[in-house]
Design a protein around this ligand. Structure first.
Ligand SMILES: [Mn+2]
Length: 514
């Protein structure tokens, strides 16, 4: 794909469409439950564009845009996910700052009077237990004035409570400890905080929006949009807002301008409000793979909605699916790699966060011990990674001969290489956890299951590396796959049929001879 096609979401989708990597339909989709059902049925598949949305004659929905890491890599011109991750790593070290422009497609239509978000943005309902349709796919951007000179981007779910007829204000969920939380703390009860909520943005910016909680590598004041610019190869364009002193992503499809009011608290769901109970009632699934819960949040007040004129695209996504996972982890993998680099340059050779961990919940490091004195580094890296990433519960360090992209092989390393007495470290027991993980939330016991009452039992760090001096004893069994060609014995059809029974792990065995 040409670089120019990364300029906007619509240009990217157009280019992928030409390559046959997009599913497109003109059949009307109901934003209530149908879109998430279709995305879940095709979880991990290619981008899907819905050209007709029930109740919205001038809107489109796109989902699964980041569902397949093979398609994401292709989007950015890389051969695979690993190559893209190392490009992101390079971009973290050398961002390309955003450029301010005067005119922007996202402001072709400006609504700053009689604001009503409902008829404009096709918000979706995720599951039958959700409190109606909510806005989960908006990307919050904090401008330099608010973010210590840098640019911040994140997802913050919002609920324009339909049951109460809210048209121009909503709830605004902030993960405790996040950059948005740091900003809210700075302005707490002092002044309203201007944010833009950007939808349908250039893919490089989306990749940065899920990259939270590695704040030792991406500290407050860092340039997250500059990293996006460097990933796509040219600066991301930003435009001054119409109603607030802040900026929006110029190529966005939709933008909500407004203020977060930290003096006002609102409930995310009617059930939670009725019972005055946080952390109990369902609010769409979370990245951890568990059902999310409704809380009380600060109020967000909308001052304007701006959008493109021609059928703008909203890009919501199921939470806990490959789309969401890829958005959350690829930059985080690059951040964990950089963390290891700062501890011992050249020791770590790769990092990965498989879907099963998931998202912000942990990481796998692959390292290459060069000498006996490298022996202790896995423990330093495990302690640093798990202490620095709030919400992480599990990390493991493996050798170069382990396939870190195969959860099966990681389990093999866990089963065959860990010293049960010395290899398992509990990091930060009694420390701070994160409200999305039930194992941590439940540590609040009889008290309300909110962040203030949580103390978690500690994260598990596992050193699954082989002692350097005994590495020969751990040589993996291997077979001479190159001495035979299956075609000399069987027909192509027989081979294909036989291979169709092979599990992915078995396929890797046959490719590597292991
Ligand atoms: Mn951030």
């Amino acid at each position: 794909m040409a670089q120019e096609e990364l300029r906007s979401l619509r240009a990217t989708l157009e280019a992928l469409k030409k390559e046959g990597s997009v599913l497109e339909t003109d059949r009307e989709v109901n934003p209530k439950l149908e879109m998430t059902a279709i995305q879940k049925l095709l979880d991990g598949g290619p981008p899907i564009i819905f050209n007709k949305v029930k109740g919205y004659s001038n809107a489109r929905l796109a989902t699964n845009v980041m569902g397949s890491d093979r398609i994401i890599a292709k989007m950015f011109g890389f051969k695979d996910r690993k190559a893209l991750k190392f490009k992101i790593h390079e971009s973290i070290l050398q961002p390309t700052p955003p450029k301010i422009v005067d005119k922007a497609p996202c402001q072709e239509v400006v609504i700053d009077k009689n604001i009503d978000v409902w008829p404009v943005i096709p918000m979706i309902q995720h599951t039958p237990t959700d409190p109606g349709r909510t806005l989960g796919g908006g990307k919050t951007v904090a401008s330099p004035k608010q973010f210590w000179g840098g640019w911040h981007i994140s997802y913050n779910r919002m609920n324009f409570r339909e049951d109460l007829g809210w048209k121009d204000h909503s709830t605004f969920q902030i993960s405790p400890g996040s950059h948005t939380d740091q900003i809210a703390t700075k302005y707490y009860k002092k002044e309203p905080i201007p944010f833009t909520i950007n939808m349908g943005i250039p893919p490089a910016a989306t990749l940065m929006a899920g990259a939270g909680f590695m704040y030792t590598i991406l500290p407050r004041g860092c340039d997250e949009l500059g990293i996006a610019g460097s990933i796509q190869g040219f600066p991301l364009e930003m435009v001054k807002c119409k109603t607030i002193d802040a900026y929006a992503i110029a190529e966005a499809e939709y933008v909500i301008e407004g203020y977060l009011d930290t003096t006002k608290k609102v409930w995310e769901s009617p059930l939670a409000e009725k019972d005055q109970k946080q952390g109990v009632y369902p609010f769409h699934p979370e990245w951890s793979g568990y059902m999310g819960k409704a809380y009380r949040t600060y109020q967000f007040n909308v001052t304007a909605i701006t959008h493109r004129k021609d059928r703008p695209i909203y890009d919501p996504l199921i939470v806990h699916g490959y789309d969401n996972h890829n958005i959350d982890v690829i930059c985080r993998e690059a951040c964990f790699f950089e963390l290891a680099e700062r501890i011992s340059p050249g020791f770590c050779i790769d990092t990965h966060i498989p879907m099963c961990i998931p998202d912000w919940g942990g990481v796998i490091f692959q390292v290459k011990k060069r000498r006996v004195r490298d022996e202790g580094y896995p423990k330093n890296i495990l302690a640093a990674a798990l202490a620095c990433s709030l919400g992480a519960r599990f990390a493991m360090v493996v050798d170069p001969d382990i396939n870190i992209y195969s959860p099966d092989d990681l389990l093999w390393a866990l089963a065959t290489r860990v010293d049960a007495k010395e290899g398992i470290t509990i990091v930060a027991p009694g420390g701070m956890g994160q409200t999305f993980q039930p194992a941590e939330r439940s540590s609040a016991g009889a008290k309300e299951w909110t962040q203030s009452n949580i103390k978690f039992s500690g994260a598990i760090g596992i050193d699954a590396t082989v002692p350097h001096q005994y590495r020969d004893a751990f040589l993996r069994a291997s077979y001479p796959i190159d001495v035979a060609n299956l075609k000399d014995w069987f027909t192509d059809e027989q081979i294909a049929k036989a291979q169709s029974f092979q599990e992915p792990y078995a396929k890797w065995f046959s490719e590597s001879g292991i």
